[in-house]
Design a protein around this ligand. Sequence first.
Ligand code: FNR
Length: 383
Amino acid sequence: MKNITCIDDLRDLHMRRVPKAFFDYCDRGSYTESTLRANREDLDRIKFRQRILVDVASRSLNTTILGEPAAMPMILAPVGLTGMQHGDGEIYACRAAHEAGIPYTLSTMSICSIEDVAANVKKPFWFQLYMMKDRGFMKSLIERAIAAKCSALVLTVDLQVIGQRHADIKNGMTVPPQLKLRTLYDFATKPAWVSGVLRGKRKTFGNLAGQMAGTEDLTSLSEWISTQFDPSLSWKDIEWIRNIWPGKMVIKGILDIVDAREAVRTGAEALVVSNHGGRQLDGAPSSISVLPEIVQELGSQIEIMFDGGIRTGQDILRALAFGAKSCMIGRAYVHGLGAGGQAGVAKAIDILAKELSTTMGLCGINRVEDIDRRILVDYRNNL
Ligand code: FNR
């Protein structure tokens, strides 16, 4: 890890250490990947105003997220199949997040179950729920999250129909999975990864185990999952969840101001401006391009989180300057996990934190709550 200086270095190592099928599953986007690219390109275009001779000796990243103190304005995003990037990946990622003083979100589609993670970490984590047809099963998942003392429920609402990733089909990451000769050869050349995953607590989707009347193999579960996403969902279903879940609720996957207003009406504590990391609606705008409008109208009514394309601390500062309260980190931490397990996730968080702190300093800012549009070059146009 000594020669790793940025998230791109972790990505390179992740690519070398983990079978291509799983690396691509993490790295790629849907269809032409135009939205995946836009997330990065639009962030890169935002320029900072350099400020000099401002005393920035007492910089701090401390903030609050959903009313709780956090060491920095970052959250590890829900990521499916994390345990396939590294054995027990969910547990290691959660531990790294907690050690860094930030929240971790466990995906419905995780390999380690809610209970596996709860038994192996010391603090509460967040749970992400996909809206599925089987309401009884959804209720049971929520009850399991309550029993595990999860401290927030993140409802992901942008997966009513599933966007296609061409790379996944070519790699056999389909429903059901298709093991191709090339994939098997690739696995055989990554023995450390194979033994790590085999040593892990689970080999298939932990939260869904037991759901399939005795069949818990990856193939049957994948088929079951693909029939479960419900294209008929509506805002009424969110009300139903709100009545079952007693704690804090976050609605993830908002890109449009009309939907953002609806999210506020549900009484959710926060919403995440997100295009699912360019994995769903190809051709959707970048997350950063829609953030200002949503913040301007609703920022005083609901906590606004952001994700999509964050690969540097500078990107986090850009999103905060546009009014996000905190940022969810997706691929950046998964690259760390694939590269080096818990130490790799810790490294990813540390890289982002140091870049954020340095960039704040160069912009003449000491505290997270002082970040606003005025740190940007074109702030006059944006105000
Ligand atoms: C995701 N994302 C996601 N979101 C969610 O709510 N539930 C999930 O299970 C997943 N699964 C998932 C798998 C992988 C491999 C990736 C990369 C992403 C989306 C994720 O939470 C987040 O919105 C994006 O990752 C943010 O974009 P960046 O940071 O990856 O560019």
